[in-house]
Ligand binder design. Structure first.
Ligand SMILES: NC(=O)c1ccc[n+]([C@@H]2O[C@H](COP(=O)([O-])OP(=O)(O)OC[C@H]3O[C@@H](n4cnc5c(N)ncnc54)[C@H](OP(=O)(O)O)[C@@H]3O)[C@@H](O)[C@H]2O)c1
Length: 178
């Protein structure tokens, strides 16, 4: 079972602007679930995990983004009443989240959706297998950075070749040395 993160980032390293809109969603070519190599990435995953800030906007989305996949949310508080049945609020810390993900009977991979705080926490817990970034042809100047100066950076090793897309973005896949 691998825990795999994948983030769209601006050339200057932000996953979203000050307005909270993800970098990937700013590309005119972005089609949720279909563009920028997502179908290949998600193969083998049967669960998604994310932090509270990344989860909450999904409650307002026109359609549920994760189909039949198991959904785990790292948070310290109960989730809103509108949260669909079956979504697991993991309120007992990141190590407990990782144990929960690893003990799933399916053994399928987990897409760690984000955001950066949650990816950094899973990485610090020694459980991040890989980090893919889709570098988008835009500069944001400000916003939510992919990595915080406070979080120890892991060693990254490039896997395969950079993959360009028609909108000028490039996917880079790294294995993570925890
Ligand atoms: N570009 C992309 O592909 C992409 C993908 C996903 C998200 N994003 C962007 O990322 C931004 C949100 O990222 P974020 O890093 O601020 O938020 P996040 O990781 O989605 O959520 C943060 C919350 O998760 C919980 N959490 C995180 N680490 C924890 C830990 N160690 N122990 C317990 N709880 C923990 C806390 O919830 P409590 O407050 O309940 O304690 C924390 O407030 C948004 O702007 C979103 O658009 C971009």
């Amino acid at each position: 079972m691998r825990i795999k993160a994948r983030m769209g980032v601006s050339v200057d390293g932000y996953v979203s602007g000050r307005d909270g809109i993800p970098a990937l969603a700013r590309s005119g070519a972005f089609v949720p679930g279909r563009s920028h190599g997502y179908p290949e990435f998600i193969q083998g995953c049967d669960a998604v995990a994310m932090g509270r800030h990344t989860f909450l906007p999904a409650l307002e989305a026109p359609s549920w983004p994760w189909g039949s996949m198991e959904v785990f949310v790292l948070t310290s508080r109960p989730l809103p009443d509108s949260t669909p049945e079956g979504v697991v609020a993991s309120t007992d810390g990141v190590e407990a989240l990782v144990r929960r993900l690893r003990s799933r009977p399916s053994g399928g991979d987990v897409h760690l959706v984000g955001g950066p705080k949650t990816i950094q926490a899973v990485c610090q817990a020694g459980a991040l297998s890989s980090l893919d970034v889709v570098v988008l042809p835009l500069l944001l100047g400000d916003g939510v950075p992919l990595w915080s100066a406070a979080a120890p950076p892991p060693a990254l090793e490039l896997v395969g070749r950079p993959r360009p897309f028609e909108d000028g973005s490039v996917e880079l896949s790294y294995s993570v040395e925890n």
